[in-house]
Write a protein that binds this ligand. Structure first.
Ligand SMILES: Cc1cc2nc3c(=O)[nH]c(=O)nc-3n(C[C@H](O)[C@H](O)[C@H](O)COP(=O)(O)O)c2cc1C
Length: 213
């Protein structure tokens, strides 16, 4: 599917058919996630694919039994990886060597990361932001392949971590993404118009569309 068709046709899918999802298609979605950009190219993520009925049931419970978790054949657990993130200073230096960031910017990163000047909250938020870009790559790839997924961030983190058997020193759950073949195509959810959300040059000056709708 062409890129803009994928973007326009993607929906949050909450009802799935019983049709088995081929392993190859899951792999394509994971590969799209892996290619996502991340701050200092840290790539602080892990993608845990859950298909066993017991684990899916435990995740559905952690997710307050939201229907999309109860009936999905596959649930992707999008995890932040603190171990990989510890290599971020090395990744930042690679960007410096490649001339992608200035010496001044690199010095700031070295101070922040090298001297552990980042709070735990800021670090988790930064890792989660990176993971969410990867998650949307995954969701768009799923849509392009005729599959569907849904972001789920309303869940009990401790219960989900226990259901997934996570080592809390290294991994924490950022989101759950039920995945499968859509049972039906949902109506689009409303969006604000471009003139409402896009400003031209100055705050509050609406972007005037030149395209024909
Ligand atoms: C960060 C984030 C968290 C979300 N959490 C949930 C959730 O816990 N459960 C759910 O059913 N949908 C969840 N959604 C899906 C949104 O409700 C959905 O994207 C929105 O209503 C727009 O609909 P659409 O994705 O079909 O365009 C979440 C979406 C995002 C981006």
């Amino acid at each position: 599917m062409e890129f803009f068709d994928v973007v326009k046709r993607r929906r949050s899918i909450r009802e799935f058919s019983d049709k088995e999802v081929p392993r190859r298609l899951i792999e394509e979605c994971l590969d799209a996630a892996r290619l996502a950009p991340s701050g200092t190219n840290a790539q602080p993520w892990r993608f845990l694919v859950v298909q066993s009925p017991e684990r899916r049931a435990a995740l559905a419970e952690a997710g307050f039994n939201q229907p999309c978790l109860r009936n999905a054949p596959v649930i992707l657990a999008l995890l932040g990886d603190l171990g990989v993130d510890r290599k971020r200073l090395r990744r930042a230096k690679e960007l410096g060597d490649a001339g992608a960031i200035s010496g001044d910017a690199l010095a700031i990163l070295e101070d922040k990361y090298g001297n552990a000047n980042e709070t735990k909250t800021a670090r988790s938020a930064r890792i989660a932001a990176d993971c969410m870009i990867a998650g949307e790559h995954y969701a768009l790839a799923a849509a392009a392949l005729g599959l569907g997924a849904c972001w789920v961030m309303l869940f009990d983190r401790e219960k989900a971590a226990a259901a997934l058997g996570l080592d809390a020193k290294n991994n924490f759950p950022v989101a759950l993404m039920p995945t499968g073949y859509p049972l039906r195509e949902p109506h689009p959810r409303p969006r604000y118009g471009l003139a409402e959300v896009a400003w031209d040059e100055m705050p509050g000056r609406p972007w005037e569309a030149v395209r024909e709708e």
